[in-house]
Design a protein around this ligand. Sequence first.
Ligand code: ADP
Length: 453
Amino acid sequence: MGDSIARKALLIAVAVALPPAVVIHLSTPSTTARLASLGFGALLILVSWLLARSLAWRINRLTDLADRLLDMSVPLPELPASDDELGNLARSLSRMAPRIDELVNRLRNELTRREAILAGMTDGVLAVDARLNVTFCNNAFIKVAGDHGPAEGVPLIRIVRDPMLYQIVKQVVDSGVAQRQRLQLSTPETLSFEVHAVPLATTSSRGAMAILHDVTPAEKLERVKRDFIANVSHEIRTPLATIRGYAETLLDGGLEDEGNRRKFVEIIQANGVRLNNIAADLLTLSELESGRSGAQPAPISINNALCSAIRAIEPAAHLMNVQLLADPIPDLYLLGFGIRLEHALLNLLDNAVKFNKPKGEVHVQVRDRSGDHIEVRVSDNGVGIPAEDLSRIFERFYRVDKARSRQVGGTGLGLSIVKHAVEQMGGTVAVESELGRGSTFIVLLPQCSRPRG
Ligand code: ADP
């Protein structure tokens, strides 16, 4: 460029100086005049060329300065001070430099922050340009779509294998209208996503951005809630219908039926007790699940908790002709909630008695496991549990033999309460069983040191 200005100035100077010099040379015989015109022409050309060179050099310095404005890590070149227009331009560029630097830094920080936010989001984020080439996608999206190597610049069709998701993004790019849709994607397990795709418009082109929000846990929760409400309604409906039926029978003349009226009232009372048991178990379960116990865990003696649970079950065991056997209980402690532990142990003992045979046995053992855990085993030689039901008996309302459970006053919530209570105290509960031979429930709880005093 500098060369070009100097060359152009040289050509112009030659074009201006040469014709008069030639005319003077041809029209005058005087050697002095001829030499003077030649000298003057040569001087004119030289001065013009030098001026043009100096101008070109200064413009080059300005270009250099402008080039470095976006990279302030390199120091800006010193510009010679002058009062002409180029000097003004140089000063103006130098004044702009720090402001441009600040602006570039701010943009860079903003971009880094946005990229960090998008990358760290648990929702999948995908952006495409107008030609459906990926311009950005975060890790959460790669987890959903699968890792197919670097995604930037790659056609969307090669990254997204799900036709519905591809279609949503394409439609938003084509129409410029936002879309919201629920999709199931195999990732490889099937998960549900709420996809929200919005157009991304720049002045020159249109793209789209899609956000994939995993709604699988929410859907699961909705399903659990629905099932729970259905189960509760079902459980309550039977005793309520029985109570209503017998009350109506009594009103329709049953009160005068001396032979049966007592039996009718007893049935009403038994179903009232059943409803009460269901309500009490639901309340306990909801308290355990919400975790709002209010109380702080305290050291509990396993001996005390187990003895009071055994005392509470003795009358029922006696009634069922089931023998209760307990090995000597070691003096061990755990950090938890006394009433809850007692409730859980009572539920296990209650089941061991309920699902037993006449003259059956229930055996209770407590062991110190490696000095850091307490193991409680409640074994019976009762009906046992089929292998296929073992994994489900801790679910709410799950019963192997519904009729038998109802007959013995079961709610189907006892083992859920045991599981929640034990887990709340940092423990686990497991079961071993053989159909027709009996079951053993094993509770493992972390030990704590004996309280002083
Ligand atoms: P329920 O109120 O019916 O006892 P639980 O939640 O306590 O409800 O138990 C769920 C089911 O597990 C019972 O209905 C029963 O079928 C089975 N079960 C629990 N404990 C025993 C046991 N000791 N022996 C045989 N079956 C048992």
